[in-house]
Design a protein around this ligand. Structure first.
Ligand code: ATP
Ligand code: MG
Length: 422
């Protein structure tokens, strides 16, 4: 019997994993200096948490949730995103009692039953941040700047930062009416999904990726024409901060998000190189969600980065090479093998990656192996070396070689390369 992983669910292996680890490390470092602390959220939650926040008439809730009944019959969902669980956590632990802002980041797998294709998986990973408790646009700007820095620091260039303001519960109804008016006469030509959306959630039509619908919605009213004073001045202030900080952005008035909880600021970072699934990161404000979850009125904003898409882009520009061992220890005979293991322990304790000989093969094939695994150095220990207390060393890329006393063996490595753990 041969098993495979589920459709749309993939293993992540070396050398790719090295890119993943580098991204995660840089996120941790950078988000830390902006005051974002890590939280680890559960992978499963009560389904209601997602239904109520993301919205019953969104694609995620209507067709993409991995929901099941647990043994007691309660409906459980494998998280499709991280914001709703973060808000649940914030309210459950009364984190609103701590001085604002409370800033968090998380990373881990999300699950959506989508049609698998390039850039779209059923299990995919996000790194996300959420900042609670600040209404001023300066925090919108801060997380946008941070996201920009992050993407730049991991080596991504040429991304588009698309920005919009999608209004609040005061001004959105007017916009919704205007949209419905515009679509009313051409409704029959839209895809069946959009016809359904017209009734349940007309803003969603703006997010439809069907070519015909994109064409049909050309010239539709834009949300920025319907903003209330508060939303408008928030947006203008955000833009003026971004200008002052010289952060590039593209005003995108038809940008809406796939989740209902967003208010005011919404943004998406896209890349032309990704084809149809072009968003690498997305986020926005959700000023009502904490209250909806039973907390006090609390402003909040966040974003999530789609790891697979970032990795795809990075693989275009970076080598996928996993780091290689610093040292291979070739040994001849049992006594030398034991000495080799002892030296390996000693050198590993100093932070170098050492591969030993696991026994039984000729010196020639050991050295061939050292080359194949890309080791920088080889040590050679045989009975002569044991007797003299000196081992032979060889720098594999240039053939340089010499002898060194066993007790000084690490000096060979550290004279040439810096120890990763000084
Ligand atoms: P899309 O429009 O591409 O479906 P979305 O609006 O559903 O994205 P969000 O819920 O905002 O996406 O998630 C944030 C980011 O997570 C996206 O920009 C994308 O990079 C990534 N993402 C979302 N769904 C998937 C998926 N099924 N597979 C891989 N990455 C995904
Ligand atoms: Mg989606």
């Amino acid at each position: 019997m041969k098993y495979t992983s589920l459709k749309g669910i993939q293993d992540i292996l070396p050398p790719d994993i090295y890119i993943w680890q580098t991204i995660e490390l840089k996120a941790r470092e950078l988000f830390g200096v902006y005051g974002f602390k890590e939280i680890r959220l559960p992978i499963i939650e009560y389904s209601d948490i997602f239904i109520r926040s993301i919205g019953e008439t969104t694609d995620i809730v209507e067709k993409e949730m991995y929901a099941f009944a647990d043994k007691s019959g309660r409906s459980i969902t494998m998280r499709p995103e991280g914001t709703a669980p973060a808000v649940r956590c914030y309210v459950e632990h009364h984190l609103y009692n701590l001085p604002p802002p409370q800033k968090f980041f998380y990373s881990g797998p999300m699950f959506r039953y989508e049609r698998p294709q390039r850039g779209r998986f059923r299990q995919f990973y996000q790194i996300g941040v959420e900042a609670f408790g600040i209404s001023q646009p300066s925090i919108d700007a801060e997380i946008i700047v941070m996201l920009n820095n992050f993407l730049e620091r991991i080596g991504l260039k040429g991304l588009n930062f698309e920005l919009n303001c999608i209004g609040c519960e005061k001004c959105r109804p007017d916009y919704r009416d205007a949209l419905m008016n515009f679509f009313k006469h051409k409704l029959l030509y839209f895809c069946p999904d959009c016809q359904r959306r017209y009734v349940s959630n007309p803003l969603r039509i703006l997010d439809c990726k069907v070519e015909k619908c994109i064409e049909l919605r050309r010239g539709s009213p834009v949300v920025t024409g319907y903003l209330c004073n508060e939303c408008r001045s928030h947006f203008n202030e955000l833009i003026s901060i971004l200008k002052a900080l010289k952060i590039p952005y593209i005003l995108t008035p038809d940008l809406v998000r796939g989740l209902d909880y967003y208010t005011k600021t919404a943004f998406e970072v896209t890349s032309e190189y990704l084809g149809a699934q072009k968003a690498v990161a997305a986020g926005g404000r959700y000023d009502r969600l904490v209250e909806d979850f039973g907390g006090p009125p609390t402003h909040a904003i966040g974003f999530a980065v789609g790891m697979e898409r970032v990795v795809t882009l990075l693989k275009e520009v970076q080598s996928r090479k996993y780091p290689s061992p610093t040292l291979f220890i070739a040994t001849i005979g049992r006594e030398a093998e034991l000495e080799g293991l002892r030296i390996a322990e000693d050198i590993r304790a100093r932070g170098f990656w050492v591969e030993p000989n696991y026994g039984g093969v000729s010196l020639r094939s050991q050295l061939r192996k050292a080359d194949r695994i890309g080791a920088e150095f080889a040590f050679i220990i045989g009975s002569d070396e044991l007797r003299s207390g000196k081992i032979k060393w060889k720098e594999l890329k240039n053939g340089k070689q010499g002898e060194v006393e066993i007790d000084n063996a690490t000096k060979v490595l550290s004279n040439n390369i810096e120890s990763p753990d000084p």
